[in-house]
Design a binder for this molecule. Sequence first.
Ligand code: SF4
Length: 678
Amino acid sequence: MRKVLTTCIYCGCGCGLYLTEDKGLVTGAYPSVNHPVSKGSLCVKGWNCHEFVNRMDRLTHPLIKENGAFRKATWKEAIDLITKKFKAISSETGADSVAFLSSAKTSNEENYLMMKLARAVYKTNNVDHCARLCHASTVAGLAATFGSGAMTNSINEFEEADCYLITGSDTTAQHPLIGSRIINSVLERDAKLVVVDPRKIELEKYSTIYLQQKNGTDVAWINGMMRVIIEEGLEDKEYVEERTEGFCDLKKLVEEYTPRYVEKITTIPAEKLIEAARIYATTKKAMIVYSMGITQHTTGVDNVKSLANLAMLTGHVGRASTGVNPLRGQNNVQGACDLGALSNVYSGYQKVTDETAREKFEKAWEVEGLPGNIGLTVTEIISGLDGGKVRGLYIMGENPMISDPDSNHVRKCLENAEFLVVQDLFLTDTARFADVVLPGASFAEKDGTFTNTERRCERIRKTVDPPGEARADWEILCDVAKASGYRGMDYTDPAEIMEEIREVTPIYGGMRYDRLDSYGLQWPCPSLDHPGTPYLHKEKFAKGLGTFMPRPFIEPVESPDDEFNFILSTGRIYWHWHTRTLTGRTSTLEREAPKPFVEIHPEDAEKLGIKDEETVKVTSRRGNVSLAARITGKVAPGSCFIPFHYREAAANVLTINAVDPVAKIPEYKVCAVKVEKI
Ligand code: SF4
């Protein structure tokens, strides 16, 4: 039995693990003892991350749809058809008539090539990926306040922090290896834990104080905390004076957010808000940890900016075991952003609107006329299919039919797509709408790198061959570029792609494969002699002075009314990942959580006469689903929660596609629904 060191495919923790191989099959996974994140542990998803690789329903040949049915095709046929259609559409109605969705599941090298294919070959910035749906608010909010939109500190620094403010992150479910560090700190070192979440997450059991806010009222409680801190003189005056700008504006704006006023908006008792503010402000090493409960709102950027304000006010940024730590969801969502699979930036967050950056990439890629307009985002691309603004779409490793908001609208758009290409491991719900389906290789079948939530770029390594004729995504993208007439995407292996990435991406300047060999490096890593950066903003912020950006509270777009009288929030559970295309094909995980459910409070269940596990109907203005009721005190009365993993009762049939005006992230966390006994 052979063992190969690689990186977990699921969450942004990026645990190091060994895949075992026997007779050409992946037979198991076990943790690396010396890896800085996993340290000999994995969560249940990591222990079972090999199982889907061997599934018999993997895609093994290209498919072309003819007369409504798929037929097997050769690679040449499939790629010729794609390039013929994309070139025709592009020349008929302009470069922005085609679009590309990249993937947080594929490698850094593949994300770089996807954006290169879109920009250098097809001359469009219509390239985006699912970070738009999870942490686009973080990228925008932290870049504006700190100058860099990434997690400020390292996972190991969690072991030394004295206080955690956790909000909008079900950490033990989504980032279990980080959750376990927090629990250990509370139990073994008496660290303080402040949990602010509309739903009682597992960490609430260990919390020093728990604040249950009404969904969508985050700016109000954060402003309220800052008002308490300023009123009681608990701000770090020296830090504010020396390292920040805009304090007077902040002080003026938060004045109105008295604890009593905040209580009216959020339902958080005033005394609890005051106590939580004191704990966070007076602890020396205090970390803010958040995730999509903060970002997935029409005010997602405001929420992030407000958390950044709170951290700067108390001087909790720029030191070890402090900071503002957005936990990135998917294994390589950080890397996909870093490598420019976003509609507004090249790799390393170099803006497409910046002429100097465009000239630099034109020279590196040996092309002319790179577009300077910001491209369409995920939701705009999908909506663009209906009505012909986007006529050709190439999706690599994403499943918008289940993951995007307002599924009925998404279905209509996909049905109306003039030409759709899907490259994936399985025939997903999205792939069924495609004109051409291309079989990709899984993480166990190719070389490359992922970048985890703490900015650690680390290796994945080929353990087995892909099944049938399936190929690594980077090889497929290179062939599409070549067939399109472009000669600048001809590489022998991913290491060569990384050499090009290093040259054009300053934060990845020192990321050569031999240097990444053991457990990777954390960016910024600008040169080959740089050791990487465990925490950001040490002596000054990436933008110089940190900028306070005070934001007023704004209500969510859709509030409950007489007919739709519940607030629905969606999220993930411990056992599954994203749209369940991988975890749903893993027997251990599927056995533990085989079916969809809606959590409702016992008081509401009693009023509606609903029993535990009884099937109920949940309806919003956009559609309805039927699923089992789970009666629990985790949610507040008048609220309910549905995990979005299940195609059988897709939560996104109900969600609203209203977006944050800056980040264009949808408001997955708040919409109005009714719950009915069937
Ligand atoms: Fe994989 Fe995340 Fe679990 Fe680690 S914590 S094993 S990266 S899913």
